[in-house]
Write a protein that binds this ligand. Structure first.
Ligand code: M6R
Length: 607
């Protein structure tokens, strides 16, 4: 997730200052590098660099750039490490076209190879750089700037919000959109484009959110919108935004956490677009290993637990999940040159995880990292790493980064299964079902949020909760517990349901709330038995059940209906959503701030 801003000014030539101030408002979308391009006196001026916007401004003078028109970008690296070359804007060969992009171009390799064969010279390792070269390629074949952008859009596969400027038509910005947000702003000092509303608000509250397939021509006097698939003109409604700047930062949600819960379908679409080559590299390393450890802390450790189920079930591999801070004590004598450590860390900076990785590396293990933060310490320590592409997560509680980790691990397990020639039919049908996961997540959020809010209201005064599940749903139960615990400061519990009668059941008394994860899978009948045991002791049963499971509906005091999945390994990514929402609403009902729970930090860099 990156931030884009563009301006076409009527009178002043201070576009550098407008872009810089706006990029600062978009910095929460990414901040590993930044850059701007303006057109001044018939010349393309480009300044970019690594670091936060203020650092890049100090070294490159972003705010002093002149010109009536310009585009800017703040980056969250996906393809290519954070570096000056990989920072946006990117230029074509001639330096006459500048482009900023947010999203992932899936077919960039094939486009890049074809463009290189036609003589184009690339300067970065990004997927985005294909866009200016594609535009240039069409312009070399006699097309005008706008038509060349339209044809470029037709050739791109994946997600993109992109803005381009060109010396040949120096009064306009041409924007295209597919699946990544892009919003136009109609102001009195000029017109704008931005990846988010907050950056537009200092200039205007009149906005037009572009839709998939839109191409917009923005100049200082007006805006024209076309469908880039057909070339026909479009009318789009102008909306008046009444959000305060604070609410606008959260896209209208009350908290970042809620925004990030709602962003999960998009985050998973990005994971599904991740390049296969990284999975192939990681899989070939894991296949050669005689021992595999999955190492992480907190939520990322729950993803590890899921990963060990997925690898065992799909690829027949044993991968031992270990809490990072225990890794040395537990495993140091087991590590040798044939060991692979798969370390998972959203931030890539968690000290316990990095320590475990360093200890394993020192004993000759190979390291595979899964992280949301390109350029982090984990990426530097890893032999191979996979980016989870979730975009920055502001809420301290991990939400979208958990589901992204789960899907990365599922893809990796599928890659391992394929490379071992195992269960190809099953893996193919899982792949097909996985492609529908983002829509299923959208449906779950839509269908469950109000119901979960009601359940939170009914039970929020309870002093403790327990989450029970079986099989691959156990990591989800543990994650539901962690969310509730860290946001509501309640001593919540979670167990594999079968284990509950070996101790926990002593706690149960009249009205004690037990939350069951009960999809109609291979664990369902045993879960039913556990529900009866709890019910017999007076527990209040809250159950996540499959649509139409009448028997469980009768048994539960409260239930949330969930859509079915053909493959059990898809349950965690959807069943965790009502649990995240439950923790969020209990926390807000208690008057706490779910974005900043007490005593916690987003990245724990001490051991
Ligand atoms: O950045 P990491 O994934 O390494 O962070 C690990 C934990 O600190 C983190 O998941 C923590 O448990 C979250 N606050 C959970 O919501």
């Amino acid at each position: 997730m990156c931030g884009i801003f563009g301006c076409a000014l009527l009178n002043g030539d201070n576009s550098g200052e407008v872009l810089y101030n706006s990029l600062k408002r978009l910095e929460y979308r990414g901040y590993d590098s930044a850059g701007q391009a303006t057109i001044d006196a018939g010349k393309m001026i480009v300044a970019k660099g690594v670091g936060k916007i203020d650092e890049v401004n100090s070294s490159q003078g972003l705010s002093r750039m002149r010109g009536k028109i310009g585009i800017g970008h703040t980056r969250w690296a996906t393809h290519g490490a954070p570096s000056k070359e990989n920072a946006h804007p990117h230029l074509d060969c001639s330096g006459r076209i500048a482009v900023v992009h947010n999203g992932i171009i899936e077919n960039f390799m094939e486009l890049r190879n074809a463009l290189q064969e036609r003589g184009h010279v690339f300067r970065s390792r990004t997927d985005s750089e294909v866009i200016p070269h594609l535009i240039e390629d069409f312009m070399r074949r006699g097309k005008g700037f706008v038509e060349a952008v339209r044809l470029a859009a037709e050739n791109l596969r994946g997600s993109f919000a992109s803005a381009a400027i060109c010396l040949d038509e120096p009064d306009k910005i041409v924007c295209i959109r597919m699946e990544s947000p892009l919003i136009l702003g109609i102001g009195t000092i000029g017109n704008f484009c931005s990846s988010d509303i907050p950056a537009l608000l200092p200039y205007t509250n009149k906005v037009i959110p572009l839709e998939d397939g839109d191409l917009a021509i923005v100049d200082a006097r007006g805006i024209k919108i076309l469908d880039w698939r057909t070339g026909s003109a479009l009318e789009r409604e102008v909306l008046e935004v009444s959000w305060s700047p604070e609410v606008a930062m959260k896209s209208g949600f009350a908290h970042f956490m809620l925004k990030e819960i709602h962003e999960q379908p998009m985050a998973i679409r990005n994971v599904l677009r991740g390049q296969r080559i990284y999975y192939e590299l990681a899989a070939s390393m894991l296949k050669r290993a005689s021992k595999i450890f999955l190492v992480a802390c907190g939520t990322s450790y729950h993803a590890c637990l899921f990963g060990s189920y997925a690898m065992a079930n799909l690829a027949g591999l044993t991968a031992h999940p270990v809490i990072a801070s225990e890794f040395e004590a537990q495993c140091k004598n087991l590590i040798d040159g044939k060991t692979s450590v798969l370390a998972i860390s959203q931030s890539g900076e968690t000290a316990d995880t990095l320590n475990a990785v360093r200890a394993a590396k020192a004993r000759g293990a190979s390291i595979i990292g899964i992280t949301n933060t390109m350029g982090s310490s984990l990426t530097r320590l890893s032999d191979v790493y996979i980016g989870q592409n979730s975009g920055p997560e502001v809420g301290v509680a991990a939400t979208k980064t958990f589901t992204a980790q789960v899907v990365v691990l599922l893809k990796l397990a599928m890659e391992l299964a394929r490379s071992e020639g195992r269960r190809n039919g099953a893996v193919d049908s899982l792949a097909e079902e996985l492609s529908g996961l983002p829509s299923k997540m959208e449906a779950v959020i839509r269908a469950s949020e109000e119901r979960v809010k009601g359940i939170a209201l009914k039970y929020s005064a309870k002093g403790s909760f327990c989450f029970l599940a079986r099989g691959v749903n156990v990591p989800t139960a543990l994650e539901g517990r962690l969310k509730l615990l860290e946001l509501s400061y309640l001593p919540a519990l979670a167990y594999p349901a079968g284990e509950s009668k070996h101790g926990f059941i002593a706690v149960v008394e009249e009205g004690y709330p037990v939350i069951f994860l009960a999809p109609r899978d291979s664990t369902r009948d045993r879960i039913l038995g556990n529900m009866m045991e709890m019910k017999a002791r007076g527990a209040s049963i809250i159950a996540l059940i499959e649509e139409g499971d009448e028997e469980l509906k009768q048994l539960a005091d409260d239930f949330v209906e969930m859509p079915p999945c053909a493959n059990e390994l898809l349950y965690p990514a959807i069943y965790v959503i009502p649990l995240q929402l439950f923790a969020y609403y209990v926390s807000t009902l208690k008057g706490y701030d779910p974005d900043m729970p007490r005593n916690l930090a987003k990245s724990v860099t001490v051991v």
